[in-house]
Design a binder for this molecule. Structure first.
Ligand code: HEC
Length: 131
C-alpha cells in the first residue's frame, strides 16, 4: 500500500503524456524547439532584443507573410507595438510545410488569437509567393 500513491501518479502522468503518437502536440513541440528560446514560451518576447508575438501588431498585420518570415528569417529595423527592434532573426530553412502549419496554428490557438488558423494548402501557396 505504501507505493500505491506514487504508482497512481506515474500512471496518470504517462496517460496524460499519451502512449501513442496520436496525442502528441507537434505545434507545441516545434514552437518550444524553434521559437521559445527567443520569443518566450508565452510569446512575451525578451526586452529590446526579441519582439513579443503575443499582442504584436506587426505579427497580426503581417500574418500572411508568417510562413516566409519563419523560413527565411528577418533582419533590419522593425517596429512592434511602438518599440523598435533591430536584431537578426535567423532562417529556419529545414522546416516542412506541415511543420510551418503546425507552428502557425499553435500560435493562433495558444499565443495570439488574432492570427488566423491556416491550412497546409494556404501555407504552400504563401511560400510559393515568398519575396
Ligand atoms: C534566435 C532568436 C529567434 C528565434 C529562434 C526566432 N525568432 Fe522571431 N524574431 C527574432 C528577432 C531578433 C526578431 C526581430 C527582427 C528584426 O529586428 O528585424 C524576430 C521577429 C519575429 C517576428 C516579427 C515581429 C513580431 O514580433 O511580430 C515574428 C512574427 C517572429 N519573429 C516569429 C518567430 C517564430 C514563429 C519563430 C519560431 C518558428 C521565431 N520567430 C524564432 C528572433 C528570433
Amino acid at each position: 500500500m505504501k507505493f500505491s500513491l506514487p504508482i497512481f501518479f506515474l500512471t496518470m502522468v504517462s496517460l496524460m503524456n499519451g502512449c501513442g503518437d496520436s496525442n502528441r502536440d507537434y505545434g507545441s513541440e516545434l514552437y518550444t524547439k524553434h521559437c521559445a528560446n527567443c520569443h518566450g514560451i508565452q510569446g512575451q518576447g525578451l526586452q529590446d532584443l526579441y519582439p513579443p508575438l503575443k499582442g504584436a501588431d506587426y505579427l497580426i498585420e503581417n500574418q500572411r507573410d508568417l510562413s516566409c518570415l519563419i523560413l527565411y528569417g528577418i533582419e533590419g529595423e522593425i517596429v512592434v507595438n511602438g518599440r523598435s527592434f533591430n536584431e537578426k532573426m535567423p532562417s529556419i530553412p529545414h522546416l516542412s510545410h506541415v511543420d510551418l502549419t503546425n507552428i502557425i496554428n499553435y500560435i493562433s490557438k495558444n499565443i495570439e488569437p488574432s492570427v488566423n488558423r491556416v491550412t497546409l494548402k494556404t501555407v504552400k501557396n504563401r511560400i510559393y509567393d515568398c519575396k
